[in-house]
Design a protein around this ligand. Sequence first.
Ligand code: IPE
Ligand code: IPE
Ligand code: MG
Length: 268
Amino acid sequence: MKKNFTEDRKKVIKKGALPKHVAIIMDGNGRWAKSRGLKRIDGHRAGIDTVRRIVRLAGEIGIGYMTLYTFSSENWNRPPGEIRGLMEILAQTLEKEIPELHENGVRLQTIGDISALPKRSRDALYEAVEATSKNTGLTLVLALNYGGRDEIVRAIKSIARNVRDGQLNPDNISYKNVESALYTAGIPDPDLLIRTSGEFRLSNFLLWQLAYTELWITDVMWPDFSDMEFFDALESYGIRERRFGKTSQQINRMTRKVASYIIKGESQ
Ligand code: IPE
Ligand code: IPE
Ligand code: MG
């Protein structure tokens, strides 16, 4: 019964506008654990089960890219014990999950300054990225030691070096130059951003890339984020009107044009 219902919802979502790229701020692991009398680290462990489930579902639905905010550049300010625990969970999870990722055709990528991670996590990451690089299913991007401002400063440095070396005229600097100097070069901007735990902020996530992203925030803590919640977010996305500065009328005219083109195409 439940399975059929899930399959029906999947079908409905696939018919509507599907986000090509979903980004998620997976927040609330600590509060989830505390409300159950558990340790924060237990919340992070429980969060991994949600990651596994949602990644699998995203692949099944046909989403192209999913970026998960896994560890921010500011998370180094947490107690050392929690940081150690998080790094341990990261390394263990990567080592354990590579076969299933592979089986499901997932291609793993990372954004952020990986060089600052402990060696075991780094090695596990390099191995997982390399092993899955030829896969053609969901591209799963882990944001690790990632900060939006760090990323922008890094891009500015790289552009400044090109200018200094005479390869780029400052008057010609375009969005394209900036985009190709970001960690996310080659990855489309997120269409939908999901944040759990009811916080209405970006927390230094993808500051450049989220310029026109649709936002969806739920009070649910990440370990409790269900398949149904994910469907709710996708369905909400499917009925939104993304205007990118245009008027609603212009968008509708365009939609009608595309629709009539498709209908004509089908009748030929
Ligand atoms: C998100 O959960 C996971 C990371 C930031 C690594 P939190 O650990 O931030 O959980 P809360 O926000 O304290 O509940
Ligand atoms: C954002 O969550 C970072 C990750 C989910 C990895 P935080 O819990 O660190 O964000 P703030 O501190 O509440 O803004
Ligand atoms: Mg938090």
